[in-house]
Design a binder for this molecule. Structure first.
Ligand code: DQQ
Length: 578
């Protein structure tokens, strides 16, 4: 297997080099002979600063971590093509800043009976002595999902290029009554009050979505608890569970094996039905997790992101004492277009994540390092946007930008009443899209817009009154994002937990050719959209602010930047092999 893998890698490197030469998108061969990627002109949807492998299919983030000064990012990867594959492996890239990346050889791939049919998602844990290990799901000889352990071959290599499978694999097999393909995605493990390791594995038993809890003394022999950490009726299989502590008094992150005390709450995140849901709660010393707001399976359950964002995974970055979250952003176009392009799947810009001051929800914000790609700042303040007005933000590259805007509202007495039956924000956004005019709103940004506005993605707010309070709705309306009819154009929406009478309504959007990641209210509400404009591409993309409500709103501040390309470099061993 190893031999054939090396052969496939060499072949890929050769194909990639040919592709590079063919499309002429080599910026410059670096002195160390690495291949340096930049945007090809015939690939308008390839991103400039979001993580992507050079080609092929990518889905879930796997085992992110920081080791010896290096950020590691592993990901579900099909080495054989741009669609999900029969054999999935772990791609591997490394970075010193979470922005610029070196793509190195895949890390974990089928070699053993316990993973011969694929290496699915998993997570990193640090064992005492700063020793990283990986738990991951293997598809065994019968394609049963089992959990495996891999360790680095050489701990003194900061790139951790080689991984060795443990001889005891598989170390967990399907629990009784669980289907062989419903048991996967081990989380990062943490130490329990008794000094034994705990870990979660996603599953489903009959109709019950489950995060099974296991314990182990030595990380090799695992025993399942009688009760799962969390479960819910009538969901699809729970995937990629994540579990981590958050401080109630600080935005700093905490190590996963944190202390259990009143200053700490715990987050459990699970993925099902294509959405990452989370709860905040407390973990008792007896391993009981009590969520403050359990999942109910309705539109008010908390999600990391109300657009596209799935199979996410966080890690504790001890270099900056923060918790960093990665999430997979899938395509929203036709498979034949992915095949023609030769790639599929993005990662969101890594986000710092912490508990909001109100203790009730998480806040997410792009890691600060991404700001070093900003250039050509355009800014203004205190600009009134009258009802029905549109204003172009000129002077930046609107197809690859970072935009921050905040709105101040007055006379909110005029706000429309929220009908008590309007409880589903996504439905509300699709019924009250950007073209449905209200009093306060819609106002916001038109991103990736063509000059005649035929194409546009609208990220906007509307404000309603309800029982003497105000309700802020945030929407991302993709209906006019492309003149192509062969792409998904779902409208997304969420309520934002702010009081517009006393707080400004802020929005930050990271725009990058075919992705728009939007952060409302300083990161309390996130919506990510994939779009495929035909007209609003590269230099023909425009950015506008608008207010289509009848009441005027004040832009208290706008800052917009063009974003430089991140460096995505193919490791020299791959490029020189061709
Ligand atoms: N993707 C992986 C699984 C996981 C799913 C396979 C979630 O391990 O459950 O690529 O997207």
């Amino acid at each position: 297997m190893k031999k054939s893998f090396i052969f496939i890698s060499l072949l890929l490197a050769l194909c990639y080099s040919l592709l590079v030469l063919h499309h002429g998108f080599v910026d410059a061969a670096d002195a160390d002979s690495s291949v340096h990627l930049s945007l090809p002109s015939d690939q308008p949807y390839r991103t400039g600063y979001h993580f992507q492998p050079p080609q092929n299919w990518m889905n879930d983030p796997n085992g992110p971590m920081y080791y010896k000064g290096v950020y590691h990012f592993f990901y579900q990867y099909n080495p054989n093509g741009p669609l999900f594959g029969d054999i999935m492996i772990w791609g591997h890239s490394v970075s010193y800043d979470l922005v610029n990346w070196i793509h190195i050889d895949p890390a974990i791939y089928p070699t053993d009976p316990a993973d011969i049919n694929s290496c699915f998602s998993g997570s990193a844990t640090f064992l005492p002595g700063y020793k990283p290990v990986m738990l991951y799901t293997g598809l065994d000889t019968e394609k049963r999902q089992v959990q495996n352990l891999a360790v680095p071959k050489n701990l003194s290599d900061p790139f951790l290029r080689e991984w060795v499978k443990h001889k005891a694999n598989p170390i967990m097999t399907t629990p009784e009554g669980v289907k062989a393909d419903d048991f996967r995605d081990p989380s990062t493990a943490w130490l329990g009050y008794d000094g034994k390791w705990r870990v979660l594995v996603g599953s489903k038993k009959n109709d019950l979505g489950v995060a099974y809890l296991y314990q182990s003394k030595d990380f090799v022999k695992w025993e399942r608890f009688d009760y799962p950490l969390m479960s819910m009726m009538e969901t699809s299989t729970w995937e990629c569970p994540d579990f981590f502590p958050v401080s109630v008094s600080s935005t700093n992150g905490l190590d996963t094996s944190g202390v259990i005390n009143p200053g700490v709450k715990h987050v459990v995140k699970v993925g099902f039905n294509g959405i990452d849901w989370y709860t905040i709660g407390t973990l008792s010393e007896r391993d009981n997790y009590v969520p403050e707001n359990g999942l109910k399976g309705n539109s008010l359950d908390m999600r990391y992101d109300y657009g596209k964002f799935y199979a996410s995974k966080s890690f504790y970055d001890n270099a900056k004492q923060r918790r960093v979250l990665w999430g997979w952003i899938s395509e929203a176009d036709a498979q034949e277009d992915d095949v023609a392009r030769g790639w599929s799947g993005l990662q969101a810009v890594p986000r710092s994540v912490w508990l909001d001051r109100n203790g009730k929800q998480l806040v997410q914000w792009p890691v600060e390092e991404i700001e070093k790609l900003r250039e050509n700042e355009v800014k203004f303040s205190n600009k009134e946007l009258e009802g029905g007005s549109l204003f172009e933000v000129e002077g930046i590259t609107a197809s690859q930008a970072d935009v921050k805007i905040s709105f101040k509202l007055s006379n909110l007495e005029e706000a429309e009443e929220l009908d008590p039956s309007w409880t589903d924000p996504q439905l509300l956004c699709s019924e009250m899209g950007v073209s449905s005019k209200g009093k306060y709103g819609p106002f916001g940004l038109l991103a990736l817009a063509s000059d005649d506005l035929t194409e546009q993605t609208a990220i906007f707010f509307r404000v309603f009154s309800s029982h003497g309070k105000y309700v802020v709705l945030m929407c991302s309306d993709q209906r006019r994002s492309s003149i192509s009819n062969n792409v998904e154009k779902t409208t997304y929406g969420t309520f934002v937990d702010i009081d517009p009478k006393h707080e400004e309504i802020s929005l930050r959007s990271l725009i990058d050719h075919s992705i728009i990641e939007s952060f409302g209210a300083e990161g309390k509400s996130c919506i990510t959209a994939r779009v495929y404009p035909r007209l609003a591409i590269n230099k023909d993309a425009h950015l506008y602010t608008f207010n289509y409500g009848s009441e005027s709103v004040m832009i208290s501040e706008l800052n917009a930047w063009s974003m430089k390309n991140a460096h995505m470099i193919v490791d020299e061993t791959l490029s020189s092999a061709a």
